[in-house]
Design a binder for this molecule. Structure first.
Ligand SMILES: [Zn+2]
Length: 458
């Protein structure tokens, strides 16, 4: 070793010792690379489920998080723009894994902008997109500043004459495989199928067809997902290679739904199967509960943001006292609530068993408002028995983990190296999860979102 090198090393050792001393004294060393943005003083919830950091420093450079930790040990780079967020809470941007975006690209764009206003920075469009909408989704995937990061399944699959009427209805497995390849050619990310007895018995997509779709999706690098309603279908799909299902195995759609089941709990065998295959699911409690929530809680309609986000026909319906009374005074209202409680128990049972629960809402259907609905789903998870922290993990890290490349998301948590998608809140969601709606600012990909003007004006 040359003598001057030894001198340099000695000098470095002195510098390191000085830095360590400074850290002990409570003034952390500044980060080597200057500049960037530092959000200082907030409670930081990073989305991993780790304990919140009460007085944090979060440093962002370009689109990435470059430092995150307690103020006492996390340096602020020289020349960084410092944002004081004392008294506030930072959570990762929310990811909604089940949304639908209307009939055309203009409507879809309006709905996406509404989601972003509400801090939904990632979303999955799940099976109802025409080619024009797919093109818009791919733009949103690549990084439009006024939309969430979108993933799409294009148009999903069903049995001829089955649910959902707008879906692709292959007559043979060969035709189904060709349709999946065509979707891959469009550049979509997922392949969706509806597996249930609707609109009448006998119209459920067959096991043979489902297996062909799952196999062809995987062969083309797409992620297969399925709307299910019954456990037997869930098992068949997992055996076929599906790793992510939508809704639950508590009868929710079609004949017989809306009344409590005799045996709604998932079987030990199904839970085992999900765990062994690392299966995730997205329960979408909102699509059920929002069918009466505004009838039961009309005061919510005083919120101008919610009114703007709501489907106009739904807003008109729930603004009408007679329409509300027809729901809450109906003979079957208590039954519907009891059946929904079974659905929440299913989510809690699966979650406690260790099955990965993502967050999705069916936002964009009539009664589930874009953006607002994503926050409300968190509330329904907490009502189901998850802690606010567990609900936030579902809506961030776990949801991100189901997007392709599966398990490798670069967003969803506020850890060093991840993409900076975040929401700054004026109130603590760990005290009341509804505080995720107290939004002060939204950042996507390291840039503050211009929220003003994102909500539709009608
Ligand atoms: Zn749906």
């Amino acid at each position: 070793m040359p003598a001057n090198m030894a001198g340099i090393l000695k000098h470095l050792a002195v510098l390191v010792a000085a830095a360590a001393l400074a850290a002990c004294a409570g003034s952390p060393p500044p980060l080597a690379e200057p500049g960037g943005l530092a959000i200082v003083g907030a409670q930081l919830i990073d989305g991993t489920g780790a304990d919140p950091i009460p007085d944090s420093v979060l440093v962002i450079r370009n689109d990435r998080i470059v430092a995150a930790g307690p103020r006492a040990t996390t340096g602020i780079p020289a020349g960084a723009e410092v944002v004081d967020a004392a008294g506030q809470t930072i959570i990762p941007g929310l990811a909604d894994m089940h949304a639908h975006y209307g009939a055309d690209a203009d409507t879809a764009l309006e709905m996406m902008r509404t989601q972003l206003y509400y801090g939904v920075t990632t979303a999955r469009s799940i099976g109802t997109d025409n080619p024009e909408q797919v093109a818009l989704m791919l733009e949103a995937h690549a990084g439009r500043p006024d939309t969430p990061r979108l993933f799409t399944a294009g148009r999903g699959f069903t049995h001829p004459g089955g649910f959902n009427a707008g879906a692709q209805q292959p007559a043979s497995t060969d035709e189904a495989r060709a349709m999946v390849r065509a979707l891959a050619g469009q550049g979509v990310h997922f392949v969706k199928m509806w597996v249930n007895e609707m609109p009448e018995p006998g119209l459920k997509i067959t096991p043979e067809m489902r297996t062909a779709i799952v196999e062809e999706a995987i062969a083309n690098g797409l992620v297969p997902v399925a709307h299910i309603d019954e456990e037997a279908d869930g098992r068949q799909l997992v055996e076929a290679g599906l790793g992510d299902f939508l809704h639950s195995t508590v009868l929710t759609f079609g004949p017989g739904s809306g009344a409590p089941m005799d045996d709604p709990a998932p079987s030990a065998e199904f839970i085992r199967m999900c765990l062994d295959n690392n299966v995730s699911f997205t329960p979408t409690l909102s699509i059920v509960q929002n069918n009466w929530h505004f009838a039961d809680n009309p005061e919510l309609l005083d919120d101008p943001d919610l009114r703007a986000a709501m489907n106009p026909q739904a807003l008109e319906r729930w603004s009408d006292p007679e329409a509300r009374a027809a729901v809450v005074e109906a003979d079957n209202f208590e039954d519907r609530k009891a059946a929904f409680r079974q659905l929440q128990d299913f989510v809690k049972t699966m979650h406690d068993a260790g099955v990965r629960v993502a967050l999705g809402t069916d936002s964009g259907t009539a009664n589930v408002p874009m953006g607002w609905g994503t926050h409300h789903e968190l509330e329904l998870y907490v009502e189901a028995g998850l802690t606010p922290m567990e609900a936030i993990v579902a809506a961030t890290a776990t949801s991100a983990s189901v997007t392709p490349p599966v398990g490798e998301a670069e967003f969803g948590t506020l850890e060093v190296g991840k993409i900076a998608d975040l929401v700054v809140l004026d109130a603590d969601p760990l005290e009341d999860v509804r505080n995720t709606l107290a939004i002060d600012g939204v950042m996507k990909g390291g840039a503050w979102v211009e929220r003003e003007g994102l909500l539709p004006v009608r």
